[in-house]
Design a protein around this ligand. Structure first.
Ligand code: GAP
Length: 512
């Protein structure tokens, strides 16, 4: 597909046209950065959630699930640090009146330096051909070194200023780098201010007696406050994990890029409780495990990279993102954080309750350390969907739009067609559906020529189409057409299951 911007536009319009994602309350012109998942979207989203859940919970004897409430006691957020520190540094452009996250403006500037370095590398690779040694070039080329050093310097100054709450210096940095407003091109900036991202709400009937609450900005705290409940009732021994999926809410200021940054979104998080001192071992372990989970879906190794954080969240002693190559470039998809004992200790302090574990091997009590894996379900959806959507040139000179979703995630697994609407073919197609629907999401279509129906299912991401024709009446065989190769094979109706289950089983995907 053409350039990245075009590609992204196509992703958004395809998601709407094929019933994946609509803007929220569209009849009222929508609500910014809030989206609804439609008939196909809800299936894809559920399948991604299940794929995560099964790999985390079902495949690990020492990880169990939880579904905590969205509303929590307000002290939770005081203890977690979100009331005081869950802020974004904001800056306004005085001419365009547009508001930006100061750190995002600086990060975008740094990313441009990276792109310049990459351009030099690509140019040299072209010039030297096969003899090109990228590692050596990156280590010795003055321009590349210059860009990379500048990038590191900019990011490290920003990180240290933010850490010290020196917002004056963040503004100074923006001015020194001559960063201009992307809308007006003006460099006329206000001071940088902190803005808390939590959505507030109220519990109670009357204004006087109402309690101020927050919609949770992360699911993790539901896990921390239940740590001891789960450990005791599940007789869990350290190391063990608690996994949870669910909605989180953030009053994002710069909410753009479709479902990449939403105000209401879903997280899939796992907190892994470990002995103090062993956290770095598990941090490295989960970094690798999580990357392997992503790679298992076959979206391409080159589309992932790790990014170690310079600016650590208030609770972490190490943190890395798994970044994905979205249509608008590499951006955070998942975070792996070593959260120390910050959260459990803070909840102990604010609640007055001990949240400790008696380690029978060490014969001592301690507050466990935590390694967290946290992925946005909507971002994962965007990663899968945007990579899967392809404009494919065909051998006969025509082209097709195909959504090459990993088949384990596809909303509809099998579409069943009668070649024509009579001669008993629809009845056989429906009987096949009756049989397959117990295990798979199946879809019946009898409208239009069969070629058109294939194309519709290609664009919808359906991995298999089964066609019933007149030969079926004679020998009980059907045609199975494979979405990616477009190959067709003739199989007995009783064989359909064994053909499709090869690529629709969890084992096929997770076990390699
Ligand atoms: N419990 C840790 C935590 O919440 P985070 O890096 O703030 O860490 C984790 O968020 C993940 O949640 C991110 O990697 C991203 O995938 C997703 N996420 C965060 N904010 C989001 C937003 N506004 N819209 C969509 N996904 C978001």
């Amino acid at each position: 597909m053409a350039n990245n911007e075009d590609k992204f536009k196509k992703v958004i319009s395809h998601a709407k046209e094929y019933g994946y994602i609509f803007g929220s309350s569209e009849i009222y012109d929508g609500l910014s950065a809030v989206y609804d998942y439609a008939q196909n979207g809800v299936e894809l989203k559920k399948n991604i959630r299940d794929y995560w859940w099964k790999s985390m919970v079902q495949m690990h004897q020492n990880i169990v699930g939880l579904d905590a409430a969205i509303l929590m006691h307000p002290t939770t957020w005081k203890a977690s640090g979100h009331v005081d520190a869950f802020n974004d540094p904001l800056i306004d452009n005085k001419d365009s009146k547009k508001r930006y996250r100061a750190d995002v403006l600086i990060e975008d500037y740094a990313e441009k330096l990276e792109q310049k370095a990459q351009k030099e590398i690509n140019k040299a690779a072209k010039r030297f051909g096969e003899a090109f040694n990228e590692e050596e070039f990156v280590a010795t080329n003055a321009r590349v070194i210059g860009y990379k050093e500048k990038k590191a310097e900019v990011l490290s100054r920003m990180a240290s200023s933010l850490e010290k709450e020196n917002l004056q210096d963040v503004k100074l940095l923006i001015e020194e780098l001559e960063i201009a407003c992307p809308v007006s091109g003006s460099k006329n900036w206000t001071d940088v201010k902190q803005f808390n991202l939590m959505f507030g709400t109220k519990l109670g009937a009357s204004a006087e007696s109402a309690t101020d609450l927050y919609l949770r900005p992360e699911t993790a705290q539901g896990i921390f406050v239940n740590f001891l409940n789960v450990q005791k009732t599940g007789r869990m021994k350290i190391p063990f994990g608690i996994a949870q999926t669910g909605k989180a809410f953030r009053n994002e200021i710069v909410a753009r890029q479709f479902i990449f940054r939403m105000r209401e979104f879903e997280q899939m998080e796992m907190q892994f409780f470990v002995r103090p001192g062993e956290e770095m071992k598990y941090y490295e372990y989960w970094k690798e495990e999580r990357l392997n989970w992503h790679l298992s879906l076959g979206l391409g190794k080159e589309n992932y990279r790790f990014h170690d954080h310079d600016k650590l969240a208030h609770y972490a002693n190490a943190a890395a993102d798994i970044e994905f190559n979205f249509p608008f470039g590499f951006k955070e998809l998942e975070g792996i954080h070593s959260r120390t004992d910050f959260d459990l200790k803070a909840h102990e302090k604010h609640s007055g309750k001990k949240l400790q574990f008696f380690d029978p091997e060490l014969k001592e009590n301690y507050t466990p350390y935590v390694v967290e894996t946290s992925i946005g379900l909507d971002r994962m959806f965007l990663a899968v969907f945007s990579t899967a959507l392809q404009d494919e040139a065909l051998e006969d000179g025509s082209s097709r739009v195909v959504l090459k979703l990993p088949s384990i995630l596809a909303p509809v697994k099998i579409a069943v067609f009668p070649l024509i609407k009579r001669d008993g073919l629809p009845e056989i197609a429906n009987a096949i559906i009756e049989d397959l629907k117990w295990d798979y999401n199946v879809f019946y279509d009898e409208k239009d020529a069969v070629g058109k129906r294939y194309r519709r299912q290609d664009a919808n991401g359906t991995p298999y189409c089964v066609t019933v024709d007149h030969q079926t009446l004679e020998d009980n065989t059907v045609t199975i057409r494979h979405r990616d190769s477009m190959e067709q094979e003739r199989v007995a109706i009783v064989e359909i299951r064994s053909v499709v289950e090869k690529t629709l089983s969890l084992k096929h995907w997770l076990n390699h």
